[in-house]
Unconditional design. Structure first.
Lengths: 443, 452
């Protein structure tokens, strides 16, 4: 979820920075009116997070609900894209927020290792045990201690398509990877190349690979590869790359061919499917594609922008690659106790339902009623996310060191872009991935 | 030493206060000088000398900064392919950009001297200097965009190209495989067997979007029968809207493809050509009896001209240098123009009197007299080009970032932009410093000489 707002056009980056400054200035005005008679009357909980715009607005609604319940005042401070720098400088300045919404596993781990975090309270832990699949607690645990409560999740295994293209070609939603390829070829026959691929943004390519790998090699291997316990030259990696090469190497399946895909950024790939002059039938990415299709191209997800789950590869289980924002409590926060109370509230389905109603939100909580979601698309993704239970895995490139999994023009991004240009030798690609990974993991 | 020195001085002071005023004044002046220089020295030390020394030291340690690795980081510079690319690109930049800029600046300065609206012209050329590299980068990123609807350069290129060449009728089409017609992607497609007179050959194509069909395309007739003794057939879109339909057969609702060129081939060479009609049918009326292979030449399917891939791996560095020229031409021109104004007119006049041509005057008099200014401009630009960063960072798209990289971007990338190896980054910065020093020395020398 973080990526589309953080990575695309650098042109926007400068203005985004300015915007963040402006928002920081205004956000302090968004205090919730304290209700009288609560247990936390008179205390103020400060929450920092990367959210801006409508996400910030909707999260403030959740905070308001907390205020109403407890009487605490809440303040949301936008941190800008780089949470770890923001939090580090705030701690040094003696002005640490009480609660931080952390957008990446790696950052959570870094915070815990710096000794910045408080272990979560008994009550939160119990709520997590009963409300979430164990995997969500594992991703919030560092060195055996539970630090991070996953409040908001993203679903990165959705293939979006234009129903008109499917009707025109007379195809229906595929349920296996082979069917996906056949469907794609039929689409191409009908005059709409199958996939819009955003090759200019390396992260979309890593997501492609991760879905195939998770389904084909299984969650255990996925975890080991994410920790770099098995090398990238492993046979399972080569196999997944070969499967990926079947898509990348097929002129009919890639809109504009590899060269065209390498010139397409993420918003561009959504435009190729849902824009005014569509030139592709499907685009694979996370649940946020629906948001882009709605905001930029006036589609209504659930009607003229549909999705199906990324299908199972080679008889495996259909993959659910995910990510999310975890809430953590800082030791240095002035009202860390009240912050802990906020986390106990965030662990309840009640808190999640507040945002679910407002839209643009998925909760990994099992007890959040599907009826609470604002639209059909969110309902479906939430259902699939919860149903996947313990097989959900976090985005692998997010877990890797940034030099390997998160740097433009280097590491995995660059190597997969080269693979998109020429997918003929998966083994060589695996070898260069391993070389880059070894350097970045420093082992 | 200090001990032996102070005592006589002290006695001297006691013995003859004011007896040696000159020496005292000299000392005070020296102290005063130190007091005045000290702030500057401190600043210079803190902001320049200390960081340089620190970087040199840091470059000898590994990424975490706690293990001494000697020259390993420097060896890594010449081993890592991405860094080598950066080194090569930096060399290209340093050789090409200052030379081109000085050359263009010189030509423009000489020309603007002779036109009437010189000031206005210079002003316009100087304007880009007021634009930040960030903004200039965004402008050129757009200008270099491959899609002619967005990139102005390719709009011009494809526009010019399009006026010379007719676009192919069906760029996205290809033969339905396994239905009697085959060929490489993009054509030509040939029938697998030969066709004799009287039978209608079926050449099914797919991959044409319904919106891309010509307006006059009619439904393909189910049984295309050429006249007796004629070879003929139908080229049609073998895909019924909504799917369904049998492959390789003309189903109801499937459209013919008008305007496709078909060749009849005998013994490997085309003997006749026909063009399909609105229902996709074609015939060869005056063909000798016999059977022929039918071929759809590749010209039917030629992809539309894409323009120049400015930001592809091959052209990205020249493209960025182009953007740099746009920004800096004004600077070179104005500086050289100022030098030009200072040239003694009588030398030029004398040459003109002696019958020298304008070209000779330019080569033999103007350029030699301008040489000091040209050198200053050139050396300044060399130093400036060494540190080019923002333009490369903004213009080069992600996939070619590495191909476009220069030392400065590489240095940033390995130390902060994900690599987190400040040892290697420091080594790169030291290398950059070593490369800039010769240019600095030249500049300082010139400066001294011009003062002396």
């Amino acid at each position: 979820m973080r990526r589309p707002s953080a990575t695309p056009r650098r042109a926007a980056a400068a203005s985004a920075a300015v915007l963040t400054l402006a928002l920081t200035a205004t956000a302090c005005g968004g205090d919730a009116a304290p209700a009288s008679g609560g247990e936390l009357d008179g205390t103020t909980v400060t929450v920092a997070g990367v959210w801006t715009g409508s996400e910030q607005k909707n999260f403030t609604k959740v905070l308001d609900a907390f205020s109403e319940k407890t009487g605490a005042k809440t303040v949301f401070v936008p941190s800008g894209d780089n949470v770890s720098t923001f939090v580090g400088s705030k701690i040094e300045g003696g002005n640490a927020p009480d609660v931080v919404m952390v957008p990446q596993v790696g950052v959570l781990k870094q915070f815990a290792e710096q000794g910045w975090l408080l272990p979560l309270s008994e009550k939160t832990e119990q709520a997590a045990d009963s409300g979430f699949a164990p995997v969500w607690k594992d991703y919030g645990t560092v060195g055996g201690t539970y630090y991070g409560l996953y409040f908001k999740a993203a679903h990165k295994s959705t293939v979006w398509y234009d129903p008109e293209a499917f009707t025109q070609a007379g195809v229906s939603e595929p349920t296996s990877f082979e069917e996906l390829l056949t469907t794609g070829r039929t689409l191409a026959d009908s005059g709409r190349p199958a996939f819009a691929i955003a090759g200019q943004d390396g992260w979309t390519l890593t997501d492609w690979f991760e879905n195939i790998y998770l389904s084909q090699a299984g969650p255990e291997k996925y975890d080991r590869l994410a920790r770099h316990e098995i090398p990238w030259t492993d046979a399972s990696v080569v196999r997944a790359l070969t499967t990926l090469g079947e898509v990348f190497g097929d002129e009919q399946l890639v809109a504009g061919g590899a060269q065209g895909a390498l010139r397409t950024d993420f918003p561009g790939s959504v435009e190729q499917v849902f824009g005014p002059r569509p030139s592709a039938g499907m685009v694979y990415e996370g649940d946020f594609v629906g948001g882009v299709a709605r905001d930029e191209f006036g589609r209504s997800p659930g009607e003229d922008a549909l999705f199906f789950p990324f299908p199972a590869v080679d008889g495996g289980k259909a993959p659910v690659v995910s990510g999310g924002d975890a809430a953590v409590v800082l030791k240095e926060g002035r009202n860390a106790d009240a912050g802990m109370k906020l986390l106990e509230f965030l662990a309840t389905p009640e808190a999640a339902e507040v945002w679910a109603e407002a839209g643009g939100f998925l909760s990994p909580h099992k007890e959040v009623g599907l009826g609470a979601y604002a639209d059909e698309t969110a309902r479906q993704t939430a259902e699939s996310l919860v149903a996947a239970g313990d097989t959900v895995r976090f985005d692998m490139s997010d877990q890797a060191p940034a030099a390997f999994g998160g740097t433009k023009g280097a590491g995995e991004w660059k190597i997969l872009q080269d693979f998109l240009r020429d997918p003929s030798d998966p083994a060589a690609t695996a070898a260069s991935l391993e070389a880059a990974a070894a350097k970045a993991y420093k082992d | 030493m200090a001990h032996t020195h102070t005592r006589p001085a002290a006695t001297a002071r006691r013995g003859a206060a004011g007896a040696n005023p000159r020496r005292r004044a000299q000392r005070r002046r020296r102290l005063l000088a130190v007091a005045f220089v000290l702030p500057a020295l401190l600043l210079l030390g803190a902001l320049v000398v200390y960081p340089v020394v620190f970087s040199v030291g840091r470059s000898l340690f590994d990424a975490d900064g706690d293990r001494f690795v000697g020259a390993a980081n420097y060896a890594e510079i010449f081993r890592d392919p991405a860094t080598l690319t950066a080194l090569r690109n930096s060399t290209v930049w340093v050789v090409v950009a200052p030379l081109l800029l000085t050359g263009i600046g010189l030509v423009l300065a000489v020309l603007t001297e002779k036109i009437r609206w010189a000031t206005a012209f210079k002003l316009v050329l100087f304007l880009p200097m007021a634009v930040s590299f960030l903004a200039a980068g965004i402008i050129f990123r757009l200008a270099y965009e491959q899609d002619p609807d967005r990139g102005v350069l390719n709009a011009v290129v494809t526009g010019v190209h399009g006026s010379f060449e007719e676009p192919a009728p069906y760029p996205t089409a290809r033969a339905r495989t396994g239905q009697g017609v085959s060929g490489p992607v993009g054509g030509p497609y040939t029938t697998d067997r030969t066709h004799g007179a009287g039978e209608g050959a079926l050449l099914g194509l797919v991959g044409v979007a319904p919106g891309a069909l010509p307006a006059d395309a009619g439904e393909a007739s189910a049984a295309p029968a050429p006249g007796p003794g004629e070879v003929g057939g139908t080229v049609w879109l073998d895909f019924a809207p909504g799917g369904g339909g049998e492959q390789g057969r003309i189903d109801p609702g499937e459209k013919g493809l008008p305007g496709v060129r078909v060749e009849a081939v005998a013994d490997g060479s085309a003997v006749a050509t026909a063009v399909t009609g609105p229902d996709g049918s074609f015939r060869f009326p005056d063909l000798a009896e016999g059977s022929y292979t039918l071929r759809l030449p590749a010209a039917n399917f030629a992809a539309p001209y894409q323009g120049v891939d400015w930001l592809g791996p091959a052209l990205v560095t020249p493209a960025i240098i182009g953007a740099y020229l746009w920004v800096w031409t004004g600077f070179a021109m104005v500086l050289i123009g100022a030098g030009l104004a200072a040239i003694p007119r009588d030398a030029l006049e004398a040459a003109r009197m002696d019958g020298a041509s304008e070209g000779q005057i330019f080569r033999k008099i103007t350029v030699p007299l301008l040489a000091p200014v040209l050198t200053v401009v050139f050396v300044t630009l060399v130093i400036n080009v060494m540190k080019v960063f923002d333009l490369v960072w903004i213009i080069a798209p992600g996939p070619v970032q590495e191909e476009a990289g220069v030392l400065a971007t590489r240095m940033w990338l390995v130390s902060f932009g994900g690599g987190n190896d400040q040892g290697l980054g420091s080594a790169l910065s030291v290398l950059l410093l070593l490369l800039v020093i010769p240019a600095m020395v030249v500049n300082v020398r010139r400066f001294r000489r011009s003062r002396g």
